[in-house]
Design a protein around this ligand. Structure first.
Ligand SMILES: [Fe+2]
Length: 280
C-alpha cells in the first residue's frame, strides 16, 4: 500500500485483528513439541551464522530490525508473507478437493450477507473493471453440500483493503455468499489491482536491504465453508499479471488461476470449488 496507508497503521490493525480473532483459539502445544521445534529453528539460525560468519554488526542490525517489526505491528505481515505458505502446504497436503493458499493478514469475519446471487458492497462509481463470477461448490463426491458459504474479500482498483487503509467504507469489497440448493452462486464485484505490501515499515526495510520487490499479483481472497467439510482458504489470480511468477508471498498456484472473458461492460469468469469432507 502507498502513502495514504502507513505501514504502522495497517500493521497495528492486522496485529489487533490477529489478537482478537486467532489467539483465543490457539491450542496448547505440549512442551516436547515446543522443545523440538524451537531447538531446530535455533539450530538452523546457528548453522547460518557459522556458514556465513555473521558479524556483530550484522547481528545488531538483525536485533534492531526484529525490534522494529514489533514496533511497526508487522509480525502478522512478516509471517503471512514469508512463512504461512509452507504451513498451508503442510496443512492441506492430504486434500483431494480444491487447492488452497494463504489467508494473509487482511481477512475480517462478519462481512455482509448477500445470498447466492449478489454484489459485494461498493462505493458509488467504484473504480475497476466490473467482474461477474459464477460457479458451484461441490463435495469431493460431486454432491452440493447444504449451506456452503463463500466469504470474499479483496483489494480495490488502487490495491487497498477496507479496514486496513483509511477513507474506505468499512465493508467495501467484502461480502459473504450462501450458495443455492445446487451449490451455485453468482457474484458481482470489480477486478482488484496488484499491490505492494507496505514498504514504509520493517518488512519494507528488509525488502529494500535485500534488493527484493514488494509486489503481490492481483487476487481475490476467499474462504469457502460447508457443514461437515474442511474450510478452504484460497486466492484466485488473473492470467498475465507480471507478478504471478514471483509473488512476494509465494502464494500463487496454477490451480488457482482464473480465465476471465471480456463481455459488454466488464468481464465474466467461471470458477467453482470442491470441498473435502472433514476427516473422522
Ligand atoms: Fe491480498
Amino acid at each position: 500500500m502507498t502513502a495514504t496507508a502507513t505501514a504502522a497503521a495497517s500493521g497495528a490493525n492486522a496485529t489487533e485483528r490477529f489478537k482478537s480473532d486467532k489467539l483465543a483459539g490457539a491450542a496448547g502445544t505440549p512442551p516436547e513439541r515446543v522443545d523440538l521445534l524451537a531447538r531446530e529453528v535455533l539450530d538452523a539460525v546457528h548453522a547460518t551464522i557459522r556458514r556465513h560468519k555473521v558479524t556483530y554488526a550484522e547481528y545488531n542490525a538483525l536485533k534492531a530490525w526484529l525490534i522494529s517489526v514489533g514496533e511497526d505491528g508487522e509480525w502478522p505481515l512478516f509471517l503471512d508473507v514469508w512463512v504461512e505458505h509452507v504451513v498451508e502446504e503442510v496443512a492441506t497436503e492430504h486434500r483431494e478437493g480444491n487447492k488452497g493458499t494463504i489467508e494473509g493478514p487482511y481477512y475480517v469475519p462478519g462481512a455482509p450477507e448477500r445470498g447466492a446471487h449478489g454484489s459485494v458492497p461498493m462505493r458509488e462509481g467504484e473504480p475497476g473493471t466490473p467482474l461477474t463470477w459464477t460457479g458451484q461448490v461441490t463435495s469431493t463426491d460431486g454432491t452440493a453440500p447444504a449451506g456452503a458459504k463463500i466469504e470474499l474479500w479483496h483489494a480495490d482498483a488502487d490495491g487497498f483493503y477496507s479496514q486496513f487503509a483509511p477513507g474506505i467504507p468499512e465493508w467495501n469489497l467484502r461480502a459473504s455468499f450462501t450458495v443455492d440448493a445446487e451449490g451455485r452462486f453468482e457474484i458481482h464485484t470489480v477486478r482488484p489491482a496488484p499491490y505492494q505490501i507496505p514498504t514504509d515499515g520493517a518488512c519494507g526495510k528488509l525488502i529494500a536491504a535485500a534488493g527484493w520487490h514488494a509486489w503481490r499479483p492481483a487476487h481475490l481472497h476467499v474462504k469457502v465453508s460447508a457443514p461437515g467439510h474442511e474450510l478452504l482458504t484460497a486466492q484466485l489470480y488473473f492470467p498475465g499479471d507480471e507478478h504471478n511468477d514471483d509473488d512476494i508471498a509465494s502464494a500463487v498456484k496454477p490451480e488457482l488461476m482464473l480465465s476471465p472473458r471480456p463481455v459488454d461492460g466488464g468481464e465474466t469468469v467461471e470458477y467453482g470449488f470442491v470441498l473435502d469432507p472433514e476427516r473422522s
